[in-house]
Ligand binder design. Sequence first.
Ligand SMILES: Cc1cc2nc3c(=O)[nH]c(=O)nc-3n(C[C@H](O)[C@H](O)[C@H](O)COP(=O)(O)OP(=O)(O)OC[C@H]3O[C@@H](n4cnc5c(N)ncnc54)[C@H](O)[C@@H]3O)c2cc1C
Length: 403
Amino acid sequence: MNPRTIVVVGAGQAGGWVAKTLRAANFSGCIVLIGEEMHPPHERPPLSKAVLAGEAEAASTYLFKGDEFVKLELDFRPGTRAVTIDRAAKRVVLAGDEAIAYDKLFLCTGGAARRLAVPGGDGPRVHYLRTIADSLAIGSRLSEIRHLVVIGGGWIGLEVAAAARMRKLSVTLIEGLSRLCERSVPPEVSAHLLALHRRNGVEIVLEEGVKAIDDGERVAVELASGRRVQGGAVVAGIGLAPNVALAQAAGIAVDNGIVVDDQGRTSDPDIFAAGDVANAPLACLGRRVRLESWANAQNQAIVAAQAALGGDARYDELPWFWSDQYDMNLQILGLPARWPAPVVRGEPAGGSFSLFFLDDGRIASVVSVNAPRDLRAVKKLIQTRKPVRAEDLADPRIQLQRL
Ligand SMILES: Cc1cc2nc3c(=O)[nH]c(=O)nc-3n(C[C@H](O)[C@H](O)[C@H](O)COP(=O)(O)OP(=O)(O)OC[C@H]3O[C@@H](n4cnc5c(N)ncnc54)[C@H](O)[C@@H]3O)c2cc1C
């Protein structure tokens, strides 16, 4: 039976793409888009970059421009939380008790910034960054203070540190592990990030745990070593917890996110999930992953929306991620489970280079720093698993496109 009402919980990037894709596929039934935030669907990357640096308005992050959103003719419910799914009756219950019947349901609930589990971790000047409201609150705090303490040397922490430096604040960044972005880049790139931030005046403290935060006249972060780092405010970027409570309470399979197949279908065939909340199999990697990236939120949502209307496309995109800090653009294609010795192309000391990670004579992944063309050129080689010679990759006289 063709669906007549499709309900989408979560009006972020994935939720927005589900709605757009359904209409693009000529679905003329009712689409109810339920979003806890007050904003229409939007993209988050600028929230730690241009919006935080004061260079772009929050509204510039909206996914739909001009009258595009109105033309989708959605029943959009901003500022509304979905609290229960009644799978037997196929209804979603909203805060306030209104129940909405669905034929197909999408869970695009993303995730929430992890909180510091230390005394003072929820103090008024301790900030976390996920939403537009968070970014605006941090932005206005940055205009009041002179020194910022950042906890966490992952992507969010590093981008916040860079934005704060661009706003002329002094910054101390504290990371518990021995190198920056340890879980997502190889040691060579961590070293590059460390040098980049130090060159831009950020004090970076590695291998230091946070014991407590004292939100007194000034905020003081108490470290495991006994050192106290003072500042006007703290921003903690310590990871994301997927928003699975709704699915879990409804008895849908959950394991590091909502478990879906390669069409975004959950353990209930009428319920789909996409974006940061979904744990999906990727044939190109040969394993399940839950990705937190812009490209995944968009492309997985497109496939899932098509599947809900009977389409047979499968989601199998190579993971792609980027970060911008100061004048550096970094991109990662692929998701290696380990970091063997890379083939280096370009000049790490000169600030523009790519690292290729080979597996059995084939490129498994690439990390490019200020070299986006290298990454684009080898995408096809990775997808087709074509054998390559390390000498060719490393030789700047050989055009990668010709391989
Ligand atoms: C600051 C920041 C910078 C980033 N930078 C990059 C980058 O440079 N490159 C990159 O590739 N990726 C980046 N990302 C990651 C990327 O933005 C995310 O992967 C993407 O936003 C995920 O989209 P989503 O729709 O799955 O989740 P979200 O965009 O988080 O949307 C989920 C929505 O669901 C709502 N919701 C949850 N539960 C309920 C409920 N019960 N009822 C109603 N609504 C609910 C939430 O309020 C939220 O609005 C960044 C993320 C952040 C936060």
